[in-house]
Design a protein around this ligand. Structure first.
Ligand code: ATP
Length: 199
């Protein structure tokens, strides 16, 4: 599995559609200060489902949308697509090439797609969760991130390991199921009360 292309349009400083072709092996992005190198990394983590505006170095999520320059008007949406070579079948989907896309509209709506088909954020998170590219993004080590890993609490450190081992997905599913169960128990109690009152 390797990342093949990353296309950004309206994302941060990339107003026009820009595609980076990544070959197997090491890719270096070089450029002067402020030219958009970190924005490329932000685009990668954003398309893989990053939800924290701060992790993307912004105040709120709309900050990822091209905000305009003295010569160019702001845009109404940001779009990023990442194409992954899946000939070795690491991604649990029957396609040798998988493109995940994310779009955010300034009006607030957002869309996700896998190979052009609309999907939920959860579908993208689950698709990537066993690859080490999960939503906690431990594959992306940003500036200052090493310090936070070294200073993490034992619980947080356990979270990193669980994410890498693919356990986190099941823990989250369990938590979701428990929350549903709790809501269901409250409903059962309510129905029991009503039944007692009617009798
Ligand atoms: P350095 O080498 O200093 O770390 P860099 O190459 O990593 O710099 P980035 O931080 O990726 O640079 O890019 C910063 C540039 O992106 C700034 O010029 C900033 O104005 C621009 N930028 C960030 N968000 C937006 C946005 N929403 N709209 C337009 N431009 C943006």
């Amino acid at each position: 599995m390797h990342l093949k292309t990353l296309t950004m349009r309206g994302f941060k400083s990339f107003a026009s559609a820009t595609t980076l072709h990544l070959e197997p092996g090491i890719t270096c992005v070089v450029g002067p200060n402020g030219s958009g190198k970190s924005n490329v990394v932000d685009a990668l983590s954003w398309v893989m489902g990053e939800q924290g505006a701060k992790s993307l170095r912004g105040g709120n999520m709309a900050d990822v949308i091209f905000a305009g320059t003295s010569t160019r008007a702001p845009l109404g949406r940001a779009e990023v697509s990442l194409t992954i070579d899946n000939t070795d079948g690491v991604l649990p989907i029957e396609y040798s090439e998988v493109t995940i896309s994310r779009t955010l509209f300034r009006s607030g709506g957002s869309e996700y797609a896998i190979n052009g088909n609309s999907c939920r954020l959860l579908d993208i998170q689950e698709l990537l969760s066993d690859t080490g590219m999960g939503r906690e993004m431990h594959v992306i080590v940003g500036q200052g991130r090493l310090d936070s890993v070294l200073q993490a609490t034992p619980e947080d450190r356990r979270g990193f390991i669980e994410e890498a081992a693919g356990v986190l997905k099941h823990r989250r599913r369990k938590e979701k199921a428990l929350r549903k169960l709790e809501a269901m128990s409250a409903n059962v109690a309510r129905v029991t009360d009503l039944a007692t009152e009617i009798r």
